[in-house]
Design a protein around this ligand. Structure first.
Ligand SMILES: C[S@@+](CC[C@H](N)C(=O)[O-])C[C@H]1O[C@@H](n2cnc3c(N)ncnc32)[C@H](O)[C@@H]1O
Length: 831
């Protein structure tokens, strides 16, 4: 192209912008076409396509840029003369910069090229005042600089992604933006639904997920959506044998993962809202630029002692995608040594106590992991089963065993989509490594379902249809007799698990297979516990233990192998639970892994005692066996203290059968599962009970949202409450920016209405003695907290004595505490 031609193209562009400027018709939209023509005129291979005008804040940038047919990046335009330095600091541009590797930001006169979140060119082709000058011409230097910028921009090629770490990084960047876009779309959809307009397909996803998690909020739903799409695309790519593009992603999702396949069928059917579509294409581009073969073998190689390769990759991904979630990764996987200990112990128990010659490999052994996460338990069960065949010289049976036993009798339930995908990915890969070729109707028996609720799906909407099938299949398994239940149930009391069915199972009990009656966890020695609010019994892990106990009781025999919070073994509130478990099972083994930083646990020799999960909560492995062959019931206990690494080492080398156990004899009224000095216990029992000493007692103020209504700083608290009252902020904004969410008994919307109506709301700030000697401020009004307990409060509002396991009794200014863990009574007085 001649220099003259190029020079003319620049002057033409300047004139067009100038004429629009002079007629004051120069919004970012009116200048789009002259800009597009200008770029095309510079090189035949450069193309721009305009995105439709955005309704939402985010959405796709204004132009997609192509070199021939290859998309190379994006251009985001702003109104002529807009301050681009300010724009660079805006949320929108920050998000684009973080997620898009090659993007130009322009106000049509200044051009900033950003590559991998770095500004690499910043050029003013002309200034706003130049537009008033009819004689102005763009200088040759500027033209040259601009041509270099444009060549660099259009010359961009996504570098080949060779390592798992790079891929995790690139995927996480796109997934983050996808999440924001999905959230924006969902918010718009919800208001559309309110106005009887049709929402986008993301709304079907939301409806579908709500079948599983009733009170899921928009943020979590958008997160599930973004992770499903990103991980689903990854899954599809690693199975892809031909060209990988949006239209065919569903083809490569195994038939066996119906829900995910359906979501992807929707995607390939053009069933994606336009504001997310472009970022999905970006993810596809990244996957296409990846050396998947190399990455997979690297992933395989990186599998560590405590984690499997896919979880490891997922950890890298989460670390970048959402570091806060990464901290909670324990939600998703169980360290391998823990799983090895449990699975190998149970394999031996099956052989020794249940006459299963080859343990898990025997055809009539059924296994369920009701909180499957990324599938570590099933993974090790698969390996132990196959190992049994190899060790017994039965290698020839492997294919048949996989087809007719592993793929038929080993089940898992999971409520969240991403771990569900990962478990399928992981378990399919294991069997493929054993040279099993999956047939069309083969599937890993892991189902997307809520273990603790009966399946009630409506099957009305596209996405829900698949979910219904999945749920119905899961329901059949819920009603099937199971011999072995293995799990690491969730640590946190999750809102997902508040259903009536499991609540009844906990409270009302049931009849066992042998006709005996179980009383539930809320009674001890046939009498109600007597506590007003035994809320620890509502913890998730208690419900999962209950579910599994019920399954084994209904069958009449079986084994449970769990790792859970260790509080239930000796905390007073759990005495009904312990009695019930003691009655159901013939052998109970408790391996207390300690590691509670909350209790400041130390090894008896004074050394450190670390959590095996890197969490604050102490944990224990529990093995429960129900088998008629045992004539008397026995409970055994052992401790494992020390560093995390040493605990792993020990667990890898031991089994229930090799542990030095101490026998304990659970006795009424506490049925403790820990060894207890009987003399101390008896002396303790002789002392007066706290509620006999005090006329009034309670747990004191229970806000259930402390971090919102309590603060050290009155001004900060005032500001929070003021914002909460402010109608200019939507409920969704408040939910996103404050630690508040709807619960069954408290709704943000309703609370905001009430707070707005409080006359003299400023008068409700008062000091609270949060813990002894720990004075803070509280907005003390029943609209924002669950229990004000005004009756017990004097000048100060008072709150629980300590953050855990201390029950406080407050009367006037005397506080008396009963430490329910160590069973010593403490009295303390403070002003
Ligand atoms: C600690 S993780 C399990 C980790 C797993 N053993 C692994 O190694 O990957 C607990 C899992 O239970 C799932 N979960 C929580 N509530 C559930 C429910 N009601 N039904 C099914 N799964 C549930 C969580 O989503 C989480 O993935």
């Amino acid at each position: 192209m001649s220099e003259k031609f190029i020079y003319d193209a620049f002057q033409k562009y300047f004139k067009e912008i100038r004429s629009r400027y002079l007629t004051e018709d120069y919004t970012e939209f009116t200048l789009r076409t002259p800009f597009e023509n200008f770029i095309k005129s510079l090189n035949n291979n450069f193309h721009l396509t305009q995105e439709p005008k955005r309704v939402q804040q985010l959405g796709a940038p204004d132009f997609k840029a192509y070199r021939k047919a290859s998309k190379i990046g994006y251009i985001e335009t702003k109104d002529l003369g807009k301050n681009l330095d300010n724009e660079l600091e805006s949320e929108q541009i920050k998000k684009y910069k973080e997620s898009i590797n090659n993007i130009i930001l322009t106000d049509y006169s200044r051009f900033i090229l950003i590559r991998n979140n770095q500004k690499i060119f910043d050029l003013n082709l002309f200034n706003l005042p130049d537009l008033n000058n009819s004689k102005f011409t763009i200088s040759e230097d500027k033209i040259e600089e601009f041509i270099t910028l444009v060549d660099d921009f259009f010359g961009y090629k996504i570098p080949t992604i060779k390592s798992a770490k790079e891929l995790a990084e690139e995927l996480s960047k796109k997934a983050r933006l996808l999440k924001d876009l999905a959230e924006e779309q969902l918010e718009e959809d919800l208001s559309k639904v309110e106005n009887n307009e049709s929402p986008s397909p993301i709304h079907y996803f939301y409806e579908g997920i709500r079948e599983l998690i009733k009170d899921i909020n928009i943020d979590d739903c958008a997160d599930a959506y973004a992770q499903t799409i990103t991980y689903g695309l990854f899954l599809s790519k690693i199975n892809c044998t031909g060209e990988f593009k949006r239209g065919n992603t569903a083809t490569y999702i195994p038939q066996s993962i119906g829900v995910i396949k359906r979501i992807f069928t929707n995607i390939s059917g053009g069933f994606l809202p336009s504001n997310v579509l472009w970022i999905v294409d970006e993810i596809i581009d990244i996957l296409n630029a990846s050396d998947i073969k190399n990455i997979l073998s690297e992933i395989d190689f990186r599998g560590k002692k405590d984690r499997d390769p896919f979880t490891f990759f997922y950890e890298d991904f989460l670390n970048l995608y959402d570091p806060k979630k990464r901290k909670h990764l324990g939600i998703y996987y169980t360290p391998r040594p823990v799983v090895n200990f449990i699975v190998n112990s149970v394999n031996r128990i099956l052989k020794e106590d249940f006459n299963k010659l080859h343990g898990f490999a025997d055809d009539d052994v059924t296994v369920l992991d009701p909180a499957v996460g990324t599938g570590t338990f099933l993974w090790i069960v698969f390996l132990v089963t196959l190992g049994e065949l190899v060790n017994s010289g039965l290698k020839g049976l492997i294919k048949n065993k996989i087809e007719n036993h592993i793929l038929k009798d080993f089940y898992g339930f999971e409520i969240l989509i991403t771990p569900y995908i990962i478990s399928h990915l992981k378990l399919t890969t294991v069997l493929r490594q054993w040279f099993y070729k999956f047939k069309d109707n083969d599937r890993i028996q892991v189902y997307l379902t809520n273990t603790l609720e009966p399946s009630e799906t409506h099957g009305l909407l596209p996405f829900m249809g698949e979910l219904t099938e999945e749920s119905l299949a899961a329901e059949k398994i819920k009603n099937k007799p199971i011999l072995v239940v293995l799990a690491n149930p969730p640590y946190f009391g999750s809102s997902a698990n508040k259903g009536e069915w499991i609540d009844n199972l906990l409270k009302k009990g049931y009849t066992r297979a042998d006709g005996t009656k179980d009383d539930g966890y809320y009674k001890v020695d046939g009498e109600p516990l007597g506590e007003k609010n035994p809320k620890w019994l509502q913890d998730d892990y208690v419900k999962f233990i209950r579910f599994s106990q019920w399954k084994i009781d209904k069958r009449g025999e079986g084994i449970i192998g769990f790792i859970t919070n260790h509080n239930y073994i000796d905390n007073k509130t759990f005495r009904g639970m312990r009695e019930s478990l003691f009655n159901s099972f013939d052998r109970i083994y408790i391996l207390n892994l300690h590691g509670s930083s909350r209790k400041g646990e130390e090894s008896p020799n004074g050394g450190v005692d670390e959590s095996i999960f890197g969490i604050e909560q102490g944990v224990a492995i529990s093995i429960f066996i129900k088998n008629k062959k045992f004539k008397n019931k026995k409970v055994f206990y052992a401790d494992l203290y020390g560093k995390q690494e040493d605990k792993f080492h020990w667990l890898d080398r031991n089994r229930v059968q090799s542990v030095k156990w101490e026998e304990v004899t659970p006795k009424p009224p506490y049925y403790l599962f820990i060894p207890m000095n009987q003399e101390v216990l008896e002396e303790y029992s002789k002392l007066s009970k706290i509620d006999e000493i005090f006329k009034e007692y309670s747990l004191s103020v229970q806000t259930h949202r402390d971090s919102f209504v309590i603060d050290f700083d009155k001004k900060r608290l005032n500001k929070k409450i003021n914002l909460f009252r402010d109608l200019n902020f939507s409920d969704e904004y408040i939910k996103k920016n404050f630690p508040v969410k709807d619960t069954s008994s408290w709704k943000v919307k309703k609370a905001r209405e009430t707070v707005r109506q409080i006359k003299n709301w400023q008068n409700y700030f008062t000091k609270i003695l949060y813990r002894p000697f720990d004075t803070r401020w509280i907005f003390y009004h029943n609209s924002v907290m669950d229990r004000t307990r005004k009756k017990y409060n004097g000048t100060y509002a008072t709150r629980k004595h300590s953050s855990f396991s201390i029950k406080t009794t407050i009367y006037s200014r005397i506080s008396s505490c009963l430490c329910v863990r160590c069973h010593f009574r403490i009295m303390c007085c403070f002003k």
